[in-house]
Design a binder for this molecule. Sequence first.
Ligand code: FAD
Length: 630
Amino acid sequence: MEIERHEYDVVVIGAGGAGLRAAIEARQQGKRTAIVCKSLFGKAHTVMAEGGAAAAMGNVNSDDNWMVHFRDTMRGGKFLNNWRMAELHAKEAPDRVWELEAWGALFDRTKDGKISQRNFGGHEYPRLAHVGDRTGLELIRTLQQRVVALQQEDERLHGDAEAYIKVFQECTVTRLLKDDEGAISGAFGYWRENGRLILFDAPAVVLATGGIGKSYVVTSNSWEYTGDGHALALLAGAKLINMEFIQFHPTGMVWPPSVRGILVTESVRGDGGVLRNSEGKRFMFDYIPEVFKDKYATTEEEGDRWYTDQANNRRPPELLPRDEVARAINSEVKAGRGSPQGGVFLDVSSRLPAAEIIRRLPSMHHQFKELADVDITAEPMQVGPTCHYIMGGVEVDADTGAADVPGLFAAGEVSGGMHGSNRLGGNSLSDLLVFGRRAGAGAASYVNGLAARPQVSEESVAAAKAEALAPLERSGENPYEVHQELQRTMNELVGIIRKAEEVTEALEGVEKLKERAHGVGATGSRIYNPGWHLCLDLRNMLLVSECVAKAALIRQESRGGHTRDDFPGMSPEWRRKILVCGLSPDGSDVTVEEKAQPAMRDDLITLFDRAELKKYITEEELADFDALVK
Ligand code: FAD
C-alpha cells in the first residue's frame, strides 16, 4: 500500500494556540513548515477557552507588572514551577497579546480604549485580556488569519500559497521517527477521513497536541485530548515531568448527565458570582488555607467591596486558586451539603443585572439555556469539579522548547514545568503564545545548525505502518469497553483526592487494561472508522494514565493538583523534587525517577518575602536566602 510522503523543515503537530504560534514563527524564520492536526483546522481545544489570556499589561491596575505576575504564578503552582519558564512567561506575555492585536485580534476595551483586563483566581490584579467569554475563539481566528496572510505572501513571492506553510487537517500522527543516531527524522500518521497513511520527512517536530482529559469520565476536554503528544514524546525517548498534577476545574456542569463536565468559566466568579451550599452559605470563607490567609477577605462584606475597590480590600475566597476551590466543593458535597444533582450552587443572578450577565457571559447564558434549560440571569447554576488540564508534560528547555531528543520540541499544554503543581486560569493562553513562539524559533534554529538531514529509516516506517493497521487485522475486543473502564478507573481511583491503596488498585487495573488493549480490534474499513482510531488512541491514554498513577503514588504530599488523603500536608522536601517519567528499555512500562528541582535564581527568589518563602521551602534553602539578603 502506498504511503503518501511529504518533506518539510519543521512539522508542527497540533493547530491550537501553541501549534499555530510555533508554525508562524518557524515560517517567519524561513522554514518550510507543516501544521498537522487531527481535528478540523480551527477546532482545536484553544477555541473553547473562555476567560482570557493573562498578561501583566497594567491596563486596569497600573500596579501590575511582570514581577507581580511571576509571583502569582509561582504561588499558584505552589513553588514547583520551572521558574525560568514562569519568568519568561510573565515578561513576554504582554508582547504576545499586543502582537495578536497587531495581527487583528479585537479585545474588549477599557473606557479609555486600552485592552480590557478581568479578574481571575490567583491573579492579584485584573490581568486577563479577553473577548467576552469567547477569548480562545478570537485567539485562534487571529492566528489562522496570520497563517493565511503568510500564505498570501508566499503566493506573491513564490507563486504557491502553500510553499512555506501548509495545513494537514484531520490527520493523526501515531509515531515519531528517528534516524540511527537517535535524532528526529519525521512523523508518521493517517488521514482520518480515508485511512490513507502519510509520512512527514522532517528534521524537527514541534509537539503542540494539548492534554489528556479523555482518560477521565468527567472532563471539560473534548475528544482530541487523548494524550497523544505526551505518549509520542515518551515513545521517542523524551521525558515527562509533573504528571501527577492534574487540574480539576472547580466548576463543571453537573446536570443533565449528557453534559456533565462541560466547563463553567471562572469568569462567572471573576465577575461577581458566588458559591453556596444547600444551606445557602457562602462556604468558601471556611476553606482559606493558611498560606493564603493574609490575601483573601474573611467577611462577605469585604469580599463584595473588593469588586469596586481593590486597593483597600482583599479578594473574595471564591477566587482562590482552582485546586483550593475544587477541594472545597468536593468536601461540601461529601458532607451532604451539595445541590440536588451532586454539585454546589454558583449564583450570578442575584449579583448582577440580567442585561449585564448577558453582556459579560454570553456563552454561559447560552450554554445553560440550551443544555440544561436554566436561565442564569434568574437562578443559580449547579456546578462541580471536572478534569480540566494537565500541568505535567514533556520536559523541555525553557528558552527553546527543546526536549531531550534532538529535533523534538514541545509547547502548550503538552509541555510540563511552567505551571508547577497548579495552573492559574488565563495562564494557558499566554503560555501558548509565549512558548509556541519560542518552540518555533527553537526548531528553526536547530534546523539551521544541522550539518546533514537525518534520514528516515525504512524499518521504522514499516513498524509504524504495521502498528497503525494492526487493529483492523484482528476482530478483537471492543475498544470502547477498554476506554470506559480506563476512564472509570482514573476518575474513581486517581481523581481529585488520592490514597495509596486506591492508586495501587488503579495501577493494577491499568496493567490489565494494557494487556486487553493489545487485543482490541475494529471492524469495518479504513474509511472514517472511529473504532479503529480509538484502538490507536488507547495506547496513548494508557501510557499517560500509567505516568499519572505511578507519579501520584510516589509523591507523598499534597500540593496543587495532587491531593493525597494519606499525606495531607505540603512538604518542603518534596518541593525540591520533580518526578520524571520515562519508558523501560523494552518500552513496555513507565519508569519514574526523582530529580532535584534547580534552585531559583537570586534576583527571582528575592522578589518574595521571607515570611512567604518559609511556607514553601526547606530550612536549608531559607538559610541560603537569609545569607543572600543579608
Ligand atoms: P489545543 O488547542 O488543544 O490543540 C491541540 C491540537 O493538537 C489540536 O489541533 C488537535 O487536533 C491536535 N492533535 C492532538 N493529537 C494529535 C495527533 N496525534 N495528531 C495530530 N494532531 C493532534 N486557558 C486559559 O488560559 N484561559 C481560559 O480562559 C481557558 N478556558 C478554557 C476553557 C475550556 C472549556 C477548556 C477545555 C480549556 C480552557 N483553558 C483556558 C485551557 C486552554 O484552553 C488549553 O490549555 C489550551 O488551549 C491548550 O492549547 P494547545 O495549543 O496546547 O492545544
